[in-house]
Structure formats: structure tokens, C-alpha cells
Design a protein around this ligand. Structure first.
Ligand SMILES: *Cc1c(COP(=O)(O)O)cnc(C)c1O
Length: 424
């Protein structure tokens, strides 16, 4: 496959942007080679700048549950754009999308739109601190919540301690207000709350951790986290930016029957356009400005074009048929891979989210159990699949996504290609 146009664009980009990219993982640093430049995309596939066509299993990292350029979504965007790109004022779409989202979260009454998942989380954390008057937050190692200061934190030395920043530029004073605990460890969870509970404004967790592998937790673990938060007066924030509206019409946590105090959303609710949101009870959300004293604002928040994409996307999902179809497609992938897979090829799938783990033995459920060698094995697999016209996210830590645009035949080809490239 000839990719000189992508190579040339990347060479130019590196003279213009740090690492040549607008977001780090896109640089292909962990798989080698250079990024592929998308030229156009439709349904399950895209064409690169050199005219090569690939089946896309990255799907913009999650938002594109209906595939690329789904006609009803594109039409809604085109129509909204013709009526103005931004008002910086109130519009009907925000009322309608808020109604639609809140109807899917029965215990939430108020919602605020923002422009990204990062912003939603950052606001939820500030709101939790404002509501409780407490400074500290708890996160879990391997959870990703965007790039705001409080959350670019990794575990310090020792068990369940306050964290240290995982990025330059985050003051230790800020990092030290974030406690980091491992997943899948009830004992340490109890210990964290015993030690830090009274200082915790909130615990934030992806109820389906899907940003550092797919570290699905047991419902009992999540339930215990809920109880510990309630007992200590900390809010529980479910970061559902990736999982919200992904496997059911609403929250993944609600699907398990475990309630949270605040939920953060993004990705699918924007249908490929920049949208984020946080939602909670009226009592908590009224603490946000202008009703309350916790400040948050945005020039492009509630953007009419973005929200039109969200409304059109959720409109396609509301009857649940898409989720049933995606589950079927995912089960088909499982069956295919079971039939052809080898020993050093494990995977975990939750609905339309899949993580390949190129090792023997069980797929890890906590970040520190992920074997670096398994991640290294992903790089040659990624390169081999690219040559066959299959595009996976360029890192072994990343999950990939099925959309309603993918066909059973494409999923079969993927399984065969993965099995072949991983040594069968
Ligand atoms: C993607 C993601 C974010 C960040 O959202 P952006 O729109 O990239 O800022 C936050 N939390 C989770 C769980 C995510 O998957």
C-alpha cells in the first residue's frame, strides 16, 4: 500500500504542530510509522489521502455509533448550519436534546451542555467541590477523564495515597488533592475511604473503564463504591463520556441499577460533533451559575449545529434496535475469533466496545496487571492490519468500536486478520 501523501502531510504537520498532531495518540507513537490522513469517510469505511480504503474500527474514538456521515445526521447538521453556526444565545435544540437525555436518566433533573468531555468532567469536579465544601477527589488508576489538572494524576508511592501529577505543568498542590486507587481491589477501596473519606468531595469513575484497556469491574465493586460514597458524604460521579448511550439508551451505570450523583456525557450525544454535558439532581445542579455560586460558562456551549447532530443521533437510537443489532454483531465477532483465535490472543467485549489483549491467560481488570509485552505485540498487528485495509486505533491500550454501519462480513474479516496477525 502506497501512503506517500500521508507521509508528506505528516512531515509538513511536524513543522507546524507539536508532534504533528492535534491530540497525542494520533501520532502513531506506540505503533510506529506515520499517521494515516483521512480524506473522506462514509459508513464503516474511509479513504485516505493516497486513495487507499480502510474499514474503520476507531470510529473517532466512540462518537460514531451510526458510522461515518450517517445521512440523517448529516442532513440535520446541514439544515441547522443553514440557520446559523452559532448564536451564543438560547435555542430550541438545547431544550429538546436536554429533554431527550434527561428522559433517559430518570433520577437526574438538570443538565448543562458544554463542548467536550474534558469540560464536562472539569465542571462536575468543581461542582462536587462547591456542593460539599471539600477539597479532595478520588479516581482510579487506568481511568481517563480528560485532561483537566485534577485528573492528570497518577498514584504516588505507597498504597492508596494522594497522587502525583502525570503531566508537567500540574502543580503538586493540585495533584495532591487527588487520591488514586486501583480498580478491582475492595480492600484498598475500603482503606481509601477509611483514611480520606471525610475530605472527599467526589469519587469519579468510568462505570465501564474503556480508556486503558477495557477494565470491566464487577457490579459488586461498583455497588460498594456507591455505598462508601454515600456513607462518607462524597458525591459519586459516573464518567459516561464513552459508555453513555453506547450499550443502551442512557447510562451504563443505570443499566447495572447503580445510581450516581452526577453523570458526565460526551461522544455519542454529539454524534461526531463537539458536545459534552453533565447532569444531576435539581438540588445539586442548582449550585451552578447563574442559579448558584459554582461558575461555568462557554461561548459555544449549546451550539445549535452540534446539538442538531446529537438530536439526530439519539433519534436513531431511541427505540433500542441499534443496540440489539450491535450486540449481535459483537457476538458474531466473539464467535469468529473463538473459532480461529490462538493462545496468545485474548479479548474483552462489552456490547460494541472491544479490547484486544495479546497475551495468554485472563484479560486484566486493573491497570497495573496489563503486561507491557502484550501492548508491544500490538504494534506489528496494527501494521499488518493496515496493509489489509483494516484500521484499528493506534495503541494497544485503546479499545475499538463497532458501529451500526459495520457488516457481519467486515467483522469476520477483522477476526480472521487479527488471528492471522497474532500467530493464529
Ligand atoms: C473521551 C473521554 C473523556 C474526554 O472527552 P473529550 O471530549 O476528549 O475531552 C473523558 N472521559 C471519558 C470516560 C472519555 O472516554
Amino acid at each position: 500500500m502506497q501512503r506517500s501523501t500521508s507521509a508528506n502531510l505528516f512531515a509538513r504537520a511536524r513543522e507546524l504542530m507539536p508532534g504533528g498532531v492535534s491530540s497525542p495518540v494520533r501520532a502513531f507513537g506506540s505503533v510506529g510509522g506515520h499517521p494515516i490522513y483521512y480524506k473522506q469517510a462514509q459508513g464503516s469505511s474511509f479513504e485516505d489521502e493516497d486513495g487507499n480504503v480502510y474499514v474503520d474500527f476507531c470510529m473517532s474514538w466512540g462518537p460514531l455509533i451510526l458510522g461515518h456521515a450517517f445521512p440523517a445526521v448529516v442532513e440535520a447538521v446541514r439544515e441547522a448550519a443553514g440557520r446559523g453556526l452559532s448564536y451564543g444565545a438560547c435555542c430550541r435544540a438545547e431544550v429538546e436534546l436536554a429533554e431527550r437525555i434527561l428522559a433517559a436518566f430518570p433520577d437526574k433533573q438538570r443538565l448543562r451542555f458544554v463542548s467536550s468531555g474534558t469540560e464536562a468532567v472539569m465542571t462536575a469536579i468543581r461542582l462536587a467541590r462547591g456542593v460539599t465544601g471539600r477539597p479532595a477527589i478520588l479516581k482510579f488508576a487506568g481511568g481517563y477523564h480528560g485532561h483537566s489538572d485534577s485528573l492528570l494524576v497518577k498514584a504516588g508511592s505507597g498504597l492508596a495515597t494522594f497522587g502525583t501529577s502525570s503531566s508537567l505543568g500540574v502543580p503538586q498542590e493540585i495533584a495532591s488533592q487527588t487520591v488514586v486507587c486501583p480498580f478491582d481491589d475492595l480492600e484498598q477501596l475500603e482503606q481509601v475511604f477509611a483514611q480520606h473519606g471525610p475530605r472527599l468531595a467526589a469519587a469519579i469513575v468510568e462505570p465501564l473503564p474503556a480508556n486503558n484497556g477495557l477494565l470491566e469491574q464487577s457490579p459488586a465493586w461498583l455497588q460498594r463504591l456507591r455505598e462508601l460514597c454515600s456513607a462518607s458524604g462524597a458525591l459519586l460521579i459516573f464518567d459516561e463520556v464513552i459508555s453513555g448511550f453506547r450499550s443502551r439508551f442512557g447510562g451504563y451505570g443505570d443499566g447495572l441499577g447503580i445510581p450516581c450523583d452526577l453523570v458526565t456525557l460526551g461522544k455519542v450525544i454529539g454524534g461526531g460533533m463537539p458536545v459534552g454535558a453533565l447532569a444531576g439532581s435539581a438540588a445539586i445542579m442548582k449550585q451552578l451559575a447563574p442559579e448558584g455560586g459554582v461558575y461555568q460558562a462557554g461561548t459555544l456551549s449549546g451550539n445549535p449545529v452540534s446539538l442538531a447532530a446529537g438530536l439526530a443521533t439519539l433519534g436513531q437510537l431511541a427505540d433500542g434496535a441499534a443496540y440489539a443489532g450491535l450486540e449481535e454483531l459483537g457476538a458474531h465477532f466473539d464467535a469468529q475469533l473463538h473459532a480461529v483465535g490462538g493462545k496468545q490472543l485474548q479479548w474483552r467485549r462489552c456490547g460494541s466496545i472491544i479490547w484486544l489483549y495479546l497475551d495468554q491467560g485472563p484479560v486484566p481488570r486493573r491497570a497495573d496487571a496489563i503486561d507491557a509485552a502484550a501492548i508491544e505485540r500490538f504494534a506489528p498487528l496494527h501494521a499488518t492490519l493496515l496493509e489489509q485495509g483494516i484500521y484499528l486505533p493506534p495503541s494497544g491500550y485503546e479499545v475499538f468500536f463497532l458501529s451500526t454501519a459495520h457488516s457481519p462480513a467486515q467483522v469476520e474479516s477483522l477476526a480472521l486478520a487479527v488471528a492471522g496477525a497474532s500467530g493464529g
